[in-house]
Design a protein around this ligand. Structure first.
Ligand code: NMX
Ligand code: MLT
Length: 435
């Protein structure tokens, strides 16, 4: 850990000096105005956060430290004989701001493998929940149970200098990332595989080992996990899971508490739960039509029925993006290479051709194009992971990479308690009437 942590500290010192300069020279400069509509409508378009790990462009999609998803798929180190990036490499990039070498990623994989032990009380806590509990509830509960291991919370209770917060947050973040695949795999095997668990393989990379502990040895599935864990990792700072993690962390809650809060947000159907909703929606459509591949006309009719019932079409739309999500495109490319004839994948592609014009017709949907969740489930079903209620847990394990790298930065930058101002509608009435 020594070298990565030392490099992080050097980078943090450099950035702190830059921020000090920006604040001194331009601290009073405006970066936007806030309208009454924005205050009522989910604060869309308000720039009010600084997140170092990634930046979202409405038309181009996400860039991680300046690198797009196609660039990451080309440039990040890969597993032996693999073609997809190792997500540990993306974590390094988000943390340090530079592409890692293959050796640096290998070192990080080994560090995570060494730190992956999960104490028994975490499993006992999960076991105390009925097996019918949603996997995201089990996951969030498991992370909270693991909070007993927080080095930051322990050190804070004993009394530490605020200059050292980052160091404990760094250790907690690494430990948590190392342990999450074990917790997630435990939940999966408990709920769906007769409570029969698989021991970790310390020789595998982080995502490869996760696939192994879930019970999938197929090389194609391992590659899918590496891609999946890479593309879901971060989506700048304003999305619900990242923003929640950051907000809770700003109270100096440790990495476990902050991440658990973020996961409670990811579990919402307008955010990460949409990946399970997409597959549920497609399966329900197929069932209604008596099975098989629906025609485009049948899909269109089902979309209109969904809208007429006052429901959203899951996997479509976005609060920031205004084009097809490049994370959708990356999965489509993966499918074209590995499973072009898969029935469910082909339905996903037909849905892609059908949904956008119908959403556009409504005249109110700002982005009729698919997001990351529109494609992921079909790939998982292909490899046998059909238990769609588990899908958001996979998203959550990946999201840890981005939001925990950001928490390290928050503490290294000495970011303060987040506390925006709110008003009442009575205040707004007086204000708009000029009183
Ligand atoms: N199906 C039907 N209606 C939609 C959809 C959709 N996919 N997307 C937006 N709308 C509606 C939205 O409900 C709103 O209607 P109303 O004025 O009656 O309340 C109207 O269009 C305007 O919404 P937008 O400004 O376009 O979208 P907003 O920024 O508020 O919300 C989402 C973004 C992502 C919440 C929204 O597009 C949605 O509900 N999509 C489906 C759920 C989904 O796929 N979520 C996953 C997002 C990605 N992720 O992983 O987190
Ligand atoms: C995400 O990955 O967090 C989603 O696309 C939602 C968002 O960016 O708001």
């Amino acid at each position: 850990m020594g070298q990565i942590k030392e490099t992080f500290k050097v980078k943090a010192d450099e950035l702190n000096a830059t921020v000090k300069e920006i604040l001194k020279e331009h601290g009073t400069k405006k970066i936007g105005d806030v309208t009454v509509a924005q205050a009522y409508q989910g604060m869309r378009g308000i720039t009010g956060l600084v997140t170092e790990t990634s930046l979202l462009d409405a038309n181009e999609g996400i860039r991680f430290r300046g690198y797009s998803i196609p660039e990451l798929r080309e440039k990040l180190p890969k597993a032996k004989e693999g073609q997809e990036p190792l997500p540990e490499g993306l974590f390094y990039l988000m943390l340090i701001g530079e592409l890692p070498t293959a050796e640096q990623v290998q070192e990080l994989s080994a560090i995570l493998a060494r730190r992956s032990h999960v104490p028994n009380h975490v499993f006992a806590t999960i076991d105390a929940l009925p097996v019918t509990t949603h996997p995201m509830t089990m996951f969030t509960t498991g992370v909270l149970a693991l909070q007993t291991e927080s080095l930051f919370a322990k050190a804070y209770a004993e009394g530490i200098n605020k200059k050292d917060y980052w160091s404990y947050m760094f250790e907690d973040s690494l430990n948590l990332i190392a342990r999450l695949p074990r917790i997630a795999a435990y939940i999966y095997r408990r709920k769906y595989k007769n409570n029969e668990h698989i021991q970790p393989n310390g020789m595998l990379d982080w995502a490869g080992n996760f696939a192994h502990m879930l019970g999938y040895e197929d090389r194609g599935f391992q590659e899918l996990m590496r891609l999946y864990m890479t593309i879901h990792a971060d989506h700048e700072g304003g999305n619900v899971s990242a923003h929640t993690t950051h907000l809770v962390g700003s109270a100096l809650s440790d990495a476990y508490l902050s991440f658990a809060a973020g996961m409670a947000g990811l579990a919402g159907p307008l955010h990460g739960l949409a990946n399970q909703e997409v597959i549920k929606w497609i399966l329900a459509m197929q069932q209604e039509l008596g099975g098989g591949t629906p025609t485009k006309e049948q899909i269109a009719a089902y979309v209109r029925k969904t809208l007429a019932d006052g429901k959203v079409v899951p996997g479509y739309g976005h609060a920031v993006l205004r084009k097809t999500d490049p994370r959708f495109t990356a999965q489509m490319e993966f499918a074209k290479n590995h499973l072009p004839d898969d029935e469910l994948v082909n339905i996903v592609w037909h849905v892609y051709e059908t949904v956008p014009p119908i959403l556009q017709e409504l005249g109110k949907v700002k982005n009729p194009w698919p997001n990351v969740d529109a494609h992921s489930g079909a790939l998982l079903v292909h490899y046998g992971l059909t238990e769609y209620e588990f899908y958001t847990v996979l998203f959550g394990v990946s999201r840890a990479l981005g939001v925990l790298a950001s928490l390290c930065w928050d503490r290294a930058m000495g970011q303060p308690l987040e506390r925006p101002k709110s008003v009442t509608t009575a205040w707004m009435k007086l204000f708009t009437e000029g009183k």
